[in-house]
Design a protein around this ligand. Structure first.
Ligand SMILES: NS(=O)(=O)c1cc(F)cc(F)c1
Ligand SMILES: [Zn+2]
Length: 262
């Protein structure tokens, strides 16, 4: 029975884009069926090690805003968890809705969240740049964190304050000394992990997804600033609000979702 105001994926607003990549059998996002996930006792703790000095800029790419990191050295890395190799942080971004009732890409037992953070890393043991890794099945590792509306997120505010400078598509602003670890939940030992894809074109099946069980809280006003961004560039006549920039859930196609917790 659905509670008032609760939306399930079938009420998701339409999304203009390929619903399922042709021939893809490990597409993302997915619905995580908690009772069908399999506890894997061999999964190690995740060990993110980020240097805030590698933070460089924020870019509105016309789909989301990316907080970009200098990934020319192994200064901001992710290891452990399900990962065999060392992965280098290159950017983080978010997906969100026009209302707080939906916006996340992954769902947990069909439950939607108002937004979802993606921290994107590429395999620096095997590849020499992101563009190469994104084409390989073990090329990327993305941490997903659900956002809920609640208390103001102190660490996020510096980012929120910078967003008006990148209101339009293709705008860039310098953004430095931001520690992305402040956006992780307090407990990063409990997560789900599965083999998937990018959720936006080119939709390549290159991603080891690591979805945090614990969400973070942001205030209604902080998320409202995300919605003040635009999909459109300054020159375009009709301005379109950057909202509902999520892909709908894709078929599991027999994949197993592992959990690091019982
Ligand atoms: N949304 S996502 O994390 O799958 C993603 C990450 C990325 F680096 C490029 C993309 F096009 C999409
Ligand atoms: Zn994403």
């Amino acid at each position: 029975m659905q509670e008032a105001g609760e939306y399930t994926m079938k009420m998701h607003p339409m999304w203009q884009g390929p619903l399922v990549a042709p021939g893809g059998n490990r597409q993302s996002p997915i619905d995580i069926r908690v009772r069908k996930s399999v506890f894997d006792p061999h999964l190690k703790p995740l060990t993110p090690d980020y240097d805030p000095r590698t933070c460089s800029q924020i870019w509105n790419n016309g789909y989301s805003f990316l907080v970009e990191y200098d990934d020319t050295t192994d200064k901001s890395t992710l290891k452990g968890g399900p990962l065999e190799d060392n992965f280098r942080l290159c950017q983080f971004h978010f997906h969100w809705g026009e209302s707080n009732a939906w916006g996340s890409e992954h769902t947990v037992d069909r439950r939607l969240f108002p937004a979802e953070l993606h921290m994107v890393h590429w395999n620096s043991n095997k590849y020499s740049r992101f563009e190469e890794a994104v084409m390989e099945e073990n090329g990327l590792a993305v941490i997903g964190v659900f956002l809920k509306i609640g208390k103001r997120h102190k660490g996020l505010q510096k980012l929120v304050d910078a967003l008006p400078a990148v209101r339009h598509k293709d705008s860039v602003v310098e953004f430095t000394r931001f520690d992305p670890a402040c956006l992780l939940p307090t407990n990063i030992d409990d997560y789900w992990t599965y083999a998937g894809s990018l959720t936006t074109p080119p939709l390549t099946e290159a991603v080891t997804w690591i979805i945090m069980k614990q969400h973070i809280e942001v205030s209604h006003d902080q998320l409202a600033v995300f919605r003040s961004l635009l999909f459109t560039s300054a020159e375009e006549e009709v301005q379109k609000s950057m909202v509902n920039n999520f892909r709908v859930q894709q078929p599991l196609r027999g994949r197993t979702v592992r959990s690091s917790f019982t």
